[in-house]
Design a binder for this molecule. Structure first.
Ligand SMILES: [Zn+2]
Length: 313
């Protein structure tokens, strides 16, 4: 049974038809319009385009923000989608299309996609970490997404990893994991390290405020010591959050995904984690990359609506 999987991010709206945990069409993409009415309109347009060639049985929507899954309403704000909070997205799309709709937080949807599409389906506890501009986490326990008492489980980007009150997070708190371990975190570390350094010591110093993560990664490959320091610190920062989660959940596996995942040095990260984790937990715990990459949210959201259709049948 094919369903449409939609991933609504701050900059892009992506959709594809999903069947048996994989994409059966190309991804159609457009820039995320501004304001809830225009976003809904864009979702309905995409749906109409796919419906011309496919018989769809449901729609799964992965969105940034905290989602009250039983009603399909976005209840937690996200700075990337202004005005989106309070939108009863499931009700609106169901009324307009007469199709079952499931709405899920994007990190949760991505976790469910990885769970269903990989060989991890039999595992008891799986933690999927999306390393992007920020950090999102989805937790699967005993085959089900763990969503917490207020739908906000997995907001692990805001785990506190330092007591120094050095870095302000976008949430208003200090020293959250994502202020260090995300793409934004790596860039902040790079900028801190180049402050006061002369261009002859590191080429990155010439870039000043126009430093980018791409420049840091390239400099790492070219043997720039300062870039290598920033890169190692970034892995220490990713490790700090993973350790907290490992000691809380004792998972079978961490799966890393998101735009920054391609830069992760897995042997380095595994070594750091096993050095800092209780041996009983670390011995058999895996850390690996995703199988679905940027399609995880679409696949997971579609699988979630298909599960619901199967349960209601
Ligand atoms: Zn935060």
């Amino acid at each position: 049974m094919p369903a449409l999987g939609i991933d609504l991010g701050g900059t892009k709206l992506s959709a594809a038809v999903i069947c048996d945990q994989r994409l059966v069409t190309d991804v159609k993409q457009r820039p995320t319009p501004s304001g809830p009415d225009k976003i809904v309109e864009a979702i309905l347009d995409l749906l109409a385009e796919f419906k011309q060639e496919h018989v769809l049985v449901g729609v799964g929507i992965a969105t940034a923000g905290i989602v009250k899954v039983d009603t399909g309403e976005v209840i937690g704000s996200t700075g990337n989608l202004p005005g989106w909070e309070g939108t009863p997205i499931r009700k609106i799309i169901e009324r307009k299309t007469m199709l079952p709709v499931h709405v899920e937080n994007d990190a949760n949807a991505s976790a469910y996609g990885e769970f269903t599409a990989s060989d991890l389906k039999g595992k008891y506890c799986l933690v999927v970490v999306t390393l992007g501009t920020g950090i999102g986490v989805g937790i699967i326990i005993d085959g089900k997404l763990f969503r917490g008492s207020h739908w906000a489980a997995g907001e692990c980007g805001h785990i506190k990893i330092s007591m120094e009150n050095r870095r302000l997070c976008t949430c208003g708190l200090f020293d959250c994991w994502e202020a260090y371990g995300s793409g934004r975190g790596l860039l902040t570390t790079g900028k801190e390290l180049i402050a006061g350094v002369k261009p002859e010591q590191s080429k990155l110093a010439e870039l000043g405020d126009s430093l980018t993560n791409q420049a840091i990664i390239e400099a790492v490959e070219n043997g720039d010591l300062l870039a290598q320091k920033a890169f190692t610190m970034w892995h220490e920062h990713i490790c700090a959050g993973l350790i907290n989660l490992a000691h809380t959940l004792d998972p079978d596996c961490f799966v890393l995904t998101g735009g920054m995942e391609q830069f992760v040095d897995y042997p380095l990260l595994r070594e750091l984690v096993s050095d800092r984790c209780l041996p009983r937990i670390a011995e058999k715990m895996e850390i690996r990359g995703s199988v679905l990459g940027k399609n995880g949210g679409m696949v997971g959201a579609a699988e979630l609506v298909l599960d619901r259709i199967a349960a209601d049948a």
